[in-house]
Design a protein around this ligand. Sequence first.
Ligand SMILES: Nc1ncnc2c1ncn2[C@@H]1O[C@H](COP(=O)(O)OP(=O)(O)OP(=O)(O)O)[C@@H](O)[C@H]1O
Length: 367
Amino acid sequence: MAPVVGTARKLLQNALAGAGYPRHVLVACSGGPDSLALAAVAAYFARRGHVDGHPLTVGAVVVDHQLQEGSGEVAARTAEALQDLGLQPVEIRTVTVAGAGMGPEAAAREARHAALEAAAGGQGAQAVLLGHTLDDQAEQVLLGLARGSGTRSLAGMRPARPGAGNAVLLRPFLELRRADTEEICAVEELDPWHDPTNSDPSFARSRTRVEVLPHLEEKLGPGVAESLARTAAILQLDADYLEDVAESTYASLVVRDGRDLSLPEEELRALAPAIRFRVIAKAAADAGGQQPSYRRLLAAEALLRRQGSAGPVELPGGVAVYRLSLAQLEESKDAAAAGAPDGTGSVPREPARCGKLVFRPQKPPAK
Ligand SMILES: Nc1ncnc2c1ncn2[C@@H]1O[C@H](COP(=O)(O)OP(=O)(O)OP(=O)(O)O)[C@@H](O)[C@H]1O
């Protein structure tokens, strides 16, 4: 047995063990070398009927995005190869990529994920296996750096994450090079399909794959891809920690008033900037907006400077954020007190210890 096949089997074994030994898994296969190699390695365990003594069956799904001429034939040929490997059941899901308001790659990914989720639900699979490799991870980090992304994006793809309905998404080959998956296909006598868009220079990802990463490896020495993937693994730890702290801080600070959300400004000021930015981003998303860019977040955060503007700052997805100062809050309470129905004029003075940032959706809620 070629050493790379042994390594790949070990990687899949570890991934399945980490996921608590799912009984039925689904290989998401495009027909390309990465996912075809993954299917071949999964088929080895399917033939044995178990992993580490835990029963296992393996099915497969091929998504036909209908974006290229002849995509139906590629899907049919791939499904046949998967059947020959002994995977059961093998299904082809044909999707229509619409994706209003997003790029063609993102739209295809969204349609594919919906199809994978439906297939996993239909087959009762507890895990979906994806063929991403270390090269994919390195390319993602490089692209993120080039775009000026933050921790979460540079943390790249996770080896395991919830995602396809009740099934977990597993990426067992994140430590394998793309050359390794090609080798596995050769050893297994599989004839993978090479997607022409993977080398189409009009896509930044293709240029990164075909030109940028090989160039870096040539100029900086081999191991650059591994280093970039290591950056992702290190940042996954940081991103998870920061996310946890931001999530619990946000939950403890947010006050809901109808569709408005508010955060107390003194508490926001006291937070470490890394957490403050994340808490503000969470409020924006929670109020129905989208993840704001760093520039928009800076503008929202600047509202906390006492002498600065009180806003509003428009955030993407139709959320406006503005600062309500203590004086304004006192004023509105006095107005309410003057008109207090019980005539006592007594309106509780708490909790207005300080001003607040208010996040207000600009659009009516979707029906
Ligand atoms: N059409 C598809 N049908 C089913 N699964 C897919 C399809 N396209 C992609 N996937 C899954 O998503 C993974 C990553 O997709 P991507 O488009 O980045 O593939 P790739 O790098 O070309 O890999 P591959 O060599 O497997 O095609 C694939 O390895 C596969 O598991």
